[in-house]
Write a protein that binds this ligand. Structure first.
Ligand SMILES: [Zn+2]
Length: 244
C-alpha cells in the first residue's frame, strides 16, 4: 500500500504493523545516469516487494536526499549531514510508530547512508516498542557485476526499471571518463574523501556492460531478499531483550 496514494481512512483500516521507508540520495551518476538513481532503486525494490507479498505493507514516500557530500563537485548533487539524515529518518519512523506500524524496514539504495540507517534502526529498536532493520538492496544481491558507481550494476537495474531515464548514447562516455575502482587506496586506507579525486565524470565501472536482463535479475534477487527479511520481521517478537 503506497501511503502517499491512500486516504487516511484507508491507511487507518489497513491491517498491518509493517512499513517500508525507502531511503536514497540525489547525486551524480555519471553522464548517463539520472541524479535520482539511488532513491528510485530503493523505491522500486520496496514497491515491488510490497506488491508481491500477500500481507499488507505500508510503503512511505522515498527520502530523496541522503549522505552524499562525497559527490559535491558534480552539479545537481544534494546532501545533508549524517546528523540531519539520522534525525529525519528517525522522526519519520517515529511517526509510523505513533500509528502502530512498529515493524519497519529502512530500504536503502545509497552506500553513504548505510552507517546512518544502521544506527537509526538500532537506536529505535532499543528505545521504542519497535523492530527496525536496515536493508541495502545491492548488498543483498549476487549479480554479474561489482557495485562501482553508475557502473554496470546500477545501470542494468535502471535499464530494467526505468530505461527512459538512462542516456544510452552516453554509456561509452561514461566508461571513458570514469575509473574502475572506488577510492584511492594506500595501506588499506582510502585517502580520497570525494569521488572527484579519482573519477573524472563520476563513473566507477563500465556501464557499457549493463543489460536490462541483468537488471531484471537484480530486481528479482533484491525483492526475494526483502521478502525473506519481511517474513522474518513479521514473526519476530517486538520486545526489549531482558537484562541477564
Ligand atoms: Zn547509486
Amino acid at each position: 500500500m503506497d501511503l502517499h496514494a491512500s486516504t487516511w481512512t484507508d491507511a487507518d483500516a489497513a491491517e498491518t504493523d509493517i512499513a517500508f521507508i525507502p531511503v536514497g540520495s540525489t547525486e551524480q551518476h555519471g553522464p548517463h545516469g539520472p541524479l535520482g538513481t539511488d532513491f528510485l532503486a530503493a523505491e522500486a525494490v520496496a514497491s515491488e516487494t510490497a506488491d508481491r507479498v500477500d500481507r499488507e505493507v505500508m510503503v512511505t514516500p522515498p527520502m530523496p536526499v541522503g549522505v552524499s557530500e562525497e559527490h559535491r563537485q558534480f552539479t545537481g548533487t544534494l546532501w545533508v549531514s549524517p546528523d540531519t539524515f539520522r534525525s529525519y529518518v528517525r522522526e519519520v519512523a517515529e511517526s509510523l510508530l505513533h500509528h502502530g506500524w512498529n515493524r519497519i524496514v529502512l530500504v536503502n539504495g545509497h552506500g553513504g547512508n548505510v552507517r546512518a540507517i544502521g544506527e537509526v534502526a538500532a537506536r529505535l529498536s532499543r528505545a521504542e516498542d519497535a523492530l527496525v532493520v536496515p536493508f541495502t538492496w545491492f548488498e543483498a544481491v549476487d549479480g554479474a557485476f561489482d557495485m562501482g558507481h553508475a557502473g554496470p550494476l546500477e545501470t542494468s537495474f535502471l535499464l530494467h526499471t526505468q530505461p527512459e531515464l538512462v542516456e544510452t548514447d552516453r554509456l561509452d562516455a561514461g566508461r571513458d571518463g570514469g575509473t574502475d575502482r572506488w577510492g584511492e587506496w594506500v595501506s588499506g586506507t582510502n585517502v580520497a574523501h570525494d569521488s572527484a579525486e579519482f573519477t573524472e565524470n563520476g563513473t566507477v565501472g563500465d556501464p557499457t556492460r549493463a543489460t536490462a536482463e541483468e537488471g531484471e535479475n537484480l530486481l528479482e534477487q533484491a525483492t526475494t531478499a526483502l521478502e525473506t527479511l519481511l517474513s522474518t520481521l513479521a514473526d519476530r517478537p517486538v520486545r526489549t531483550v531482558p537484562h541477564k
